[in-house]
Design a protein around this ligand. Structure first.
Ligand code: 13P
Ligand code: SF4
Length: 333
């Protein structure tokens, strides 16, 4: 598609007003403007919606996304959308979740290589074996799992509602898969006995709690917010543990002088842009899976409706997996 100089200039100015504080100069914005212009036109033409996780890069979030948020918020958006086509710029299990909630719509993942160390670490067969070993214990699966694993679970949860769902269960002993650190963190907060699977997030597992003490000395009054996938020592040393939206809400409400977000770097970028007067102290890592997406790949799926990027889930699996998501919505509302 061809755009006039004027169209490119005004799109670049729009992008710069959102991303200038994140180091994107006007020239960089001019380079991506033809891509964001074409994607936004194709969205209208095809009645498509773009859902972007907070860990996506600013050009995706501010350039083309219709909704940005955490896995729970975006799954709610997916459940409510009137669009015919959903492009999920996040990781594959998130696009699968959107497809489970919209079996009759076309759902695309811009990159089919956008996996997740947690989702890739456990199979449906592993869950069946756990159930056989612990009869009577309900299975709660983290949303960071494949549709097959969700199909073997009683209820799904995200970092935004894990505490509420697990804490509210009548059983004392609960199987939780696949994040071991999150299992320990939630067990501490709810007092439940959790039978955990031994997997972790490649991004969050390596954060070091000892650095938090040094940061507190250097930045008096700093609030340390950690994702529930972090090691227990990190979670214990923080002021708040939760999902990415919990962190977002905390920052919006707090009048603390500075914040350290112990999670993927995308969230700090987003909050830095949205709260230019607040200070954010670095302790973040990049998720190699989340960063597989790009404007060029989003444009490809919208232009060509690429079959190889369309999410397909066998009906037998989808029916059972959808139940675990419906149960999550019921228990977290
Ligand atoms: P949220 O649900 O908090 O967005 O987390 C998703 C995720 O993959 C964290 O690593
Ligand atoms: Fe998976 Fe961790 Fe990346 Fe989240 S940050 S998508 S849990 S690998």
């Amino acid at each position: 598609m061809e755009f006039t100089e004027k169209e490119i200039g005004s799109e670049a100015a729009r992008l710069h007003s959102k991303m200038g504080t994140l180091g994107w100069n006007l020239q960089n914005c001019q380079v991506i403007a033809p891509l964001t212009l074409e994607i936004n036109l194709l969205k209208k033409e095809k009645n498509a919606v773009i859902l972007a996780h907070s860990y996506q890069t600013p050009d995706i979030i501010y350039g083309v996304a219709d909704f940005t948020g955490d896995s729970y918020g975006l799954s709610k958006q997916a459940a409510q959308t009137k669009a015919d086509v959903i492009v999920f710029s996040g990781v594959k299990f998130m696009a699968e979740t959107a497809k489970l909630l919209n079996p009759n719509k076309k759902v695309y993942a811009p990159s089919m290589d956008a996996g997740c160390s947690l989702a890739d670490d456990i199979t449906a067969d592993d869950v069946r074996k756990l159930k056989a070993k612990h009869p009577g214990a309900p299975v709660v699966c983290y949303v960071n799992t494949t549709a097959e694993v969700k199909a073997e679970s009683d209820v799904c949860c995200t970092s935004a509602n894990a505490k509420k769902i697990i804490g509210g269960m009548k059983e004392k002993e609960i199987i939780f898969v696949p994040d071991e650190f999150m299992a320990i963190n939630i067990a501490r907060e709810t007092g439940k006995k959790i039978i955990a699977w031994r997997s972790s997030c490649v991004v969050h597992k390596d954060f070091d709690g000892r650095k938090i003490d040094a940061i507190r000395k250097e930045f008096p009054g700093v609030k340390v917010l950690t994702h529930s996938e972090c090691p227990p020592l990190v979670a214990e040393a923080s002021d708040m543990m939760g999902g990415t939206t919990d962190m977002e809400k905390y920052v919006a409400k707090s009048d603390a002088p500075s914040f350290m977000l112990v999670t993927e770097c995308g969230l700090s970028d987003r909050l830095r842009s949205e709260h230019p007067k607040k200070e954010f102290i670095g302790m973040c890592s990049l998720c190699p899976y989340m960063k597989k997406n790009s404007l060029a790949l989003i444009l490809d799926v919208l232009r060509e409706g690429k079959k190889e990027n369309e999410i397909k889930i066998p009906e037998g699996v989808a029916v059972k997996a959808r139940k675990s998501l419906e149960k999550m919505f019921e228990l977290s509302s």
